[in-house]
Design a binder for this molecule. Structure first.
Ligand SMILES: [Zn+2]
Ligand SMILES: [Zn+2]
Length: 183
């Protein structure tokens, strides 16, 4: 287990990667995520676990990455604090960078599967961008979360409120007439 450093610091000198490859495990401490998730409702309180294997075939370097982490956030329906656990497997090839592209390789990628290197494999930047892209837009505590009552704010997972009683179909007509009169 290597002691680290920030995620961006995961860069490996290509010259050190031989046919046999390199395998490494890294834990990123929660404080290293400041400024990465760019959303104050997303908090990292446990280390992010990264395992990667780099192998070489000629000039092409393949990276296989396994990520595991947890994010503290709030359910978008019932607003209760919740933990979002994620696991990702990433695979990408790194090719020698053509002379005309700048030294900032990660934005020059053709796809999630093909990146570039000159001296270093900038694996950390790749991991950050893939991790952020894979985060959901909305978090839900469970797929059948009932959310909050729009009128009184009761958490409907904990019980029904008194706002909306299902209407008897025979009374429905009457309610419609009443509404019409009020207008
Ligand atoms: Zn919920
Ligand atoms: Zn209610």
């Amino acid at each position: 287990m290597e002691k680290i450093q920030s995620i961006e610091d995961i860069r490996i000198s290509a010259a050190t990667i031989g046919e046999a490859g390199i395998e490494c495990e890294v834990n990123i401490q929660p404080e290293k995520f400041e400024g990465i998730l760019c959303d104050e409702d997303l908090q990292v309180r446990e280390p992010l676990h990264i395992h990667y294997v780099l192998t070489r075939k000629g000039d092409t370097i393949h990276a296989a990455v396994h990520l595991e982490g947890k994010i503290q956030t709030f359910c978008s329906r019932c607003l209760v604090p919740m933990t979002y656990a994620f696991k990702r497997d990433l695979n990408t090839d790194y090719l020698p960078a053509p002379p005309d592209i700048p030294d900032d390789y990660e934005p020059e990628r053709q796809s999630a599967e093909i990146g570039y290197y000159r001296k270093d494999i900038t694996l950390g930047e790749y991991i950050i961008s893939e991790m952020v892209l894979a985060l959901p837009l909305n978090y839900v505590c469970s797929l059948d979360c009932k959310g909050l009552c729009q009128h009184c704010g009761t958490n409907l997972n904990q019980g029904q409120c008194r706002c909306e009683k299902p209407l008897d179909p025979r009374l429905q007509k009457l309610a419609e007439i009443k509404n019409t009169i009020r207008r």
